[in-house]
Design a protein around this ligand. Structure first.
Ligand SMILES: [Ca+2]
Length: 128
């Protein structure tokens, strides 16, 4: 299966990605193709330092937005649980904590704004 994923880049463990101009649900989403390390482990993805209300999701691959989506993990508002005082705006940013990775498997990570929210996001991908 092949399809076009808009605004897609690749990302890996340890990356911090800052970008902007995200529109809300269904448009302007940014996608990151992420391949797990050969040793597997777990991934914590967060947008704690973003300056607007974000949402974050991890999908299985193959992935086609709108037609073939299998969501494996999702976060909308962390509510200060893991972002703590780093969250800006407080409580509205997103954390997927300790997502278990299949070794060498490719996932798709999506960052978007809640509703019509947009702005500058700050995505961090930390593996353990
Ligand atoms: Ca949110």
């Amino acid at each position: 299966m092949s399809c076009i994923v808009p605004n897609m880049r690749t990302a890996t463990c340890g990356d911090r990605i800052m970008d902007d101009s995200l529109a809300g649900d269904g448009s302007g989403d940014h996608y990151f193709q992420f391949t797990a390390p050969s040793s597997g482990g777990s991934l914590t993805a967060d947008t704690c330092l973003s300056h607007f209300d974000t949402k974050l999701a991890i999908f299985d691959t193959p992935f086609c937005p709108g037609s073939s989506e299998t969501q494996l993990a999702f976060s909308d508002d962390d509510n200060g649980t893991l972002c703590g005082s780093y969250s800006d705006p407080s409580s509205l940013n997103s954390v997927i904590y300790d997502f278990p990775m299949v070794p060498s498997k490719t996932y798709m990570i999506k960052v978007e704004g809640f509703g019509s929210s947009d702005g500058e996001y700050d995505l961090e991908l930390n593996c353990a």
